[in-house]
Design a protein. Structure first.
Length: 284
């Protein structure tokens, strides 16, 4: 059975690849991007199964307008894929204010705007699946990516809350966490002048690891996209979908370390409870 997908950031990377694969298998795609002409060749090949509109996700009003047009023109949208993203590769003091703002406006506020624009229509039709493309860096961290992490940890917290709120409406939400893959995203990273104070430490180590290939791009973009499509086809709606051995390894290590640190402060945490209330500490 064919499906209709709404995909942001469809000009390159996972968004472009997903759009191509969906069209090849006969689905309909509402593809949004900042340069619609990039998809002219796909439009010629697939006709009215590809619906294309200009969308800058940092413009909330434009997001609402484009989403409404997509539902009006296509009738039903089964899956909304929040894929548009931006990152600055710089240590905390190196990034410029406008770069920081662009990361937050695109990855966090922009993703929120797309979800908010979609929900009234998904509620009205009584079904739908939101896929929020995040990263391993939505639950773990790497030096030189602090602002990217800020946006991804933020959107994951938002989505985890929203998933609970929209479940009664028959709408699912899955946070997709791909690991490092050769999608061209790395070459599009914004950078800033390097400060020697940071280059001598962990930030510089990460920079050099990416430059010399030690920070390996171990995941196949085709397989990542296939896993996303298979998830939807299978009707499953997990809160998170980790994709990649690096995602599995790094997120698991981060969670284990956080739990160990959390448990180390158990006595202090319990000691601040009010004595006039019976408070459960939950599972130990």
């Amino acid at each position: 059975m064919t499906k209709t997908w709404f995909v942001t950031g469809s000009s390159s990377g996972f968004g472009r690849l997903l759009t191509e694969r969906l069209l090849e298998r006969g689905d309909r795609v509402a593809a949004t991007l900042r340069r619609p002409e990039v998809l002219d060749e796909l439009r010629e090949a697939h006709g009215d199964r590809l619906w294309v509109r200009l969308l800058d996700v940092t413009d909330a009003e434009q997001a609402r307008t484009v989403m409404a047009e997509a539902f009006t023109d296509l009738g039903t949208i089964d899956v909304v894929v929040n894929n548009a993203g931006f990152a600055v590769f710089a240590a905390v003091e190196e990034a410029r204010d406008e770069q920081i703002r662009q990361v937050i406006d695109t990855n966090l506020v922009g993703s929120i705007s797309v979800i908010r624009a979609a929900l009234p229509h998904l509620r009205a039709q009584g079904h739908g699946h939101l896929l929020q493309v995040s990263t391993a860096g939505g639950q773990t961290t790497y030096p030189n990516f602090s602002y990217y992490h800020a946006s991804k940890w933020g959107i994951e917290g938002f989505c985890e809350t929203v998933a609970q709120e929209i479940e009664p409406f028959g709408i699912g939400l899955t946070i997709v966490e791909p690991g490092a893959a050769p999608t061209g995203f790395g070459s599009a990273l914004a950078t800033a002048p390097i400060m020697p104070e940071y280059d001598a430490g962990p930030a510089g180590d990460t920079r050099r690891a990416i430059a010399d290939g030690t920070f390996a791009l171990v995941n196949d973009p085709e397989k990542v996209v296939r896993a996303m499509v298979d998830l939807v086809d299978g009707g499953k709606r997990p809160l998170r979908l980790p994709l990649g051995p690096d995602t599995y390894r790094d997120v698991r290590a981060s969670l284990v370390a956080r739990l160990a640190e959390h448990d180390a402060h158990r006595d202090t945490a319990l000691a601040v409870a009010r004595e006039d209330l019976a408070v459960s500490e939950g599972a130990a």
